[in-house]
Design a protein around this ligand. Structure first.
Ligand code: DCP
Ligand code: MG
Length: 357
């Protein structure tokens, strides 16, 4: 693609995805505060919230919050354990709708993806397609999603988050800088709480502050400051390419009590191995890298990874590597959480390539 081609990029993100998938299965939950995540055990539970329905968010419950805190905020909530096979199935249905459009497609997580709609020629046409996609996804899965359309991936992504749930936000070329200016800096993907705080310390709160603050950015972030400055204007040359699939597949479990019991560790690792393997097979992917994460008592977290030479989808390989990595990470401290990730995912096989046709 030449640099002077005006691009039209769409980003789609499902609304309160896990909770919505649960509500589709159990319509009696519709309109209720549904929280998917660890068992709250009447406020004594450990682990975190995976997601909360929009009704539950009114209580201040959000993704990644400790489940015990969620329970204090919303004791009347309906707490459900995650059902990953269900979410993977629904995700595949949604992604198949996007793939079937024939436009360049890139899945970035279980519930979000980009499409390159440059070939539609104009934003109005892209918007019509977006409405159609929302309808098709709703008809097929019963779920709502939010869509952003913009001249780059960064603008499309921020736009999909702009009006949620069931939103559609179009930011035509030329309006990106003005659209972004009033938004807080942490809306830029990649600016986490830490960088956000750092920026705030220098008086940069909104993306507009970033736009006018190149010098401060260069002083603070060196060459990275230029990239951030360009993002603030919505300039992002990265393409919708990808393999059209997730970049990694991961699961983690927090223990009910910190443990160093080899049997408990081994049994939990086996569950994680089966979970990620099932997901890998569902997605029809192969992997090259296995990463094990261990969080010890006191929240110190370590990871260790190993890559194999050839792509594989064998559970045996996952098991051998995961167990060896876990052994290496076991120290004399107790363990709070273990996680397992497959990455360097290999190209989907031929069957998947033809799914969209
Ligand atoms: N998820 C998770 N832990 C997190 C964030 C997300 O387990 N810290 C899972 C649950 C979400 C799903 O990933 O349902 C998709 O993540 P999103 O960030 O898109 O969140 P939701 O789809 O739940 O809500 P939103 O409507 O804000 O997109
Ligand atoms: Mg989502």
């Amino acid at each position: 693609m030449t640099s002077d081609t005006k691009r039209i990029i769409l980003h789609l993100d499902m609304d309160s995805f896990y909770a919505s998938a649960e509500m589709r299965r159990r319509p009696d939950l519709t309109g209720k505060p549904v929280i998917v995540g660890a068992d709250p055990k009447e406020g004594k539970g450990r682990g975190v919230v995976a997601t909360a329905s929009y009704e539950a968010r009114k209580y201040g419950v959000f993704s990644a919050m400790p489940i015990s805190q969620a329970y204090h905020l919303c004791p009347e909530g309906i707490y459900l354990p995650p059902d990953f096979p269900l979410y993977t199935r629904v995700s595949s249905e949604v992604m198949a709708v996007l793939r079937a459009t024939g436009f360049a497609f890139e899945q970035v997580s279980i519930d979000e993806a980009f499409l390159d709609l440059t070939a539609t020629g104009e934003f109005g046409e892209a918007e019509r397609l977006a409405r159609e996609l929302k309808e098709r996804i709703r008809a097929l899965t019963g779920l709502s999603c939010s869509i952003g359309i913009g001249p780059s991936k960064v603008v499309a992504k921020i736009a999909s988050d702009f009006r949620k749930p069931d939103g559609l936000t179009v930011v035509p070329d030329g309006e990106a800088a003005a659209f972004l200016a009033p938004l807080p800096v942490r809306k830029i993907p990649g600016i986490g709480p830490k960088t956000g705080r750092e920026l705030e310390a220098t008086g940069i709160r909104t993306i507009g502050d970033l736009q006018s603050g190149l010098e401060a950015l260069l002083g603070r972030f060196g060459r990275g400051g230029t990239a951030l400055h360009r993002l603030a204007y919505g300039i992002d040359a990265s393409e919708v390419a990808g393999r059209g699939g997730p970049r990694s597949i991961s699961r983690e479990t927090t223990f009910g009590e910190d443990t160093s019991d080899p049997e408990a560790l081994s049994a939990t690792m086996e569950e994680l191995i089966r979970d990620v393997h099932r997901n890998l097979k569902n997605e029809k992917y192969r992997f090259r890298t296995v990463t094990v994460k261990v969080r010890y008592t006191g929240f110190i977290t370590k990871t260790k990874a190993h890559s194999v030479l050839h792509y594989t989808d064998e559970i045996r390989t996952i098991r051998t590597l995961a167990r060896a990595l876990l052994r290496d990470l076991i120290a004399d401290r107790k363990i709070r959480l273990i996680g397992l990730r497959l990455s360097d995912l290999g190209a989907p096989d031929e069957r998947q390539k033809t799914l969209g046709t």
